[in-house]
Ligand binder design. Structure first.
Ligand code: ACO
Length: 337
């Protein structure tokens, strides 16, 4: 069989969310905000916050362990690991290498990170899918893991209310069956708008200094209004483009699983696509924006709730810092429980 004939599908999903919940009420005692403002403007009620010693590699390893158990696989079965994160444990080595060691994966496999902020999971899924289609790998782990609480400015009410921590993992497998798993995808980026959502210091251009840290330059800064505007446009266009590419109409899609950034962004995208919000499952109220972890968290929740059925068309779509965006259309192949 030629490798071009292989389809790539999600064989199993796993998730991990830190135990600590931070509610809007608690945030209201930290900055000048209110439960009502946060809920109305974003749809968020609470978010999870990782413990000081709970890093993306730890959360990702727990999510991956659950996915492995559900798939009936062992760490030795994994022959490719890709981690999407904008909050790596350390600048180097990659979070993937740290996670490989924690999970006890084989040493003869590629392990690397993908940096595409909130679009990270969609980017990593496409990279993994394309590598799998070559026929060289049987099982890949694609993980989104984030500790956004470590880069949020807890005195900035315009951002600190939005983000949370967590991880989600997908095991990719191949099949010779046609028209299943990943049917089509697209990715895009616009570095001219990099400053809309960024961290100004801490990299090689501006290494962290006592002054830069005092000025909060190592923390996340965002132009919320502009990001909102771009998000609605690129998520709607990405959905339309990937559907056109696959010759599928939006009414044929059973579930849209968007990056969980803000409920108003999701409502605007649903409205642009003329799709009911009933087909846009959301867990924003309980997790906030978990960046690269948000899509696998939402996908796993919708699958576990029995919403997503074998054969359903599922469209995942994301946008994030970069700016970056991406969309993937899947024909759901029932993952093992
Ligand atoms: N509590 C109370 N008031 C607040 C808060 C808060 N937490 N934050 C801002 N305000 C105030 C502002 O200061 C402003 O007051 P003013 O009118 O006196 O100046 C007022 O509320 C309105 O602020 P806006 O910025 O206009 O509020 P908006 O309706 O645009 O909502 C928000 C802000 C929620 C940030 C929205 O713009 C948004 O969701 N943007 C997209 C963010 C996003 O999705 N980011 C993730 C990108 S993905 C990634 O890669 C990480």
């Amino acid at each position: 069989m030629s490798s071009a004939e292989l389809s790539v599908f999600i064989q199993a999903l796993g998730v991990h969310a830190p135990a600590r919940k931070l509610t809007n009420e608690e945030l209201s005692s930290m900055v000048d905000t209110s439960d009502e403002w946060i809920k109305t403007r974003s749809g968020i009620s609470e978010r999870r916050i990782a413990a000081a010693d709970e890093n993306p590699s730890d959360m990702g390893a727990k999510a991956a362990a659950q996915a492995l158990t559900r798939a009936g696989l062992t760490p030795a079965d994994i022959d490719l690991l890709i981690v999407a994160t904008m909050t790596p444990d350390v600048p180097f080595p990659s979070t993937a290498c740290l996670l490989q060691a924690k999970l006890g994966l084989r040493r003869d496999i590629p392990c690397f990170d993908v940096s595409a902020a909130c679009s990270g999971f969609v980017y990593a899924l496409q990279v993994g899918t394309d590598m799998m289609r070559s026929g060289a790998y049987r099982h890949a782990l694609v993980i989104g893991a984030e500790k956004l609480s470590s880069v949020v400015d807890w005195s900035d009410r315009t951002t600190c209310v939005l983000f949370g921590d967590g991880a989600g993992a997908a095991i990719l497998a191949t099949t010779s069956a046609k028209n299943v798993g990943v049917l089509g995808n697209l990715l895009g980026a616009d570095g001219n708008n990099a400053e809309l959502l960024h961290c100004a210091a801490g990299g090689s251009a501006t290494p962290a200094t006592p002054e830069s840290i005092k000025a909060g330059k190592h923390l996340l800064r965002m132009n919320g209004k502009e990001v909102f505007r771009h998000a609605v446009r690129v998520m709607s266009e990405s959905c339309e483009r990937v559907l056109a590419k696959c010759g599928v109409k939006s009414e044929q899609v059973a579930w849209f699983i968007p990056h969980q950034a803000n409920i108003r962004i999701l409502e605007a995208v649903a409205s642009q696509l003329n799709v009911s919000m009933d087909r846009f499952p959301s867990n924003l109220d309980r997790y906030g924006n978990t960046s690269a972890a948000s899509i696998p968290l939402a996908l796993e929740e919708a699958w576990r709730a029995g919403k997503i059925k074998h054969g359903d068309l599922v469209l995942i779509v994301a946008f994030g810092a970069g700016l970056t965006w991406g969309a993937t259309l899947l024909r759901w192949h029932e993952p093992t429980r």
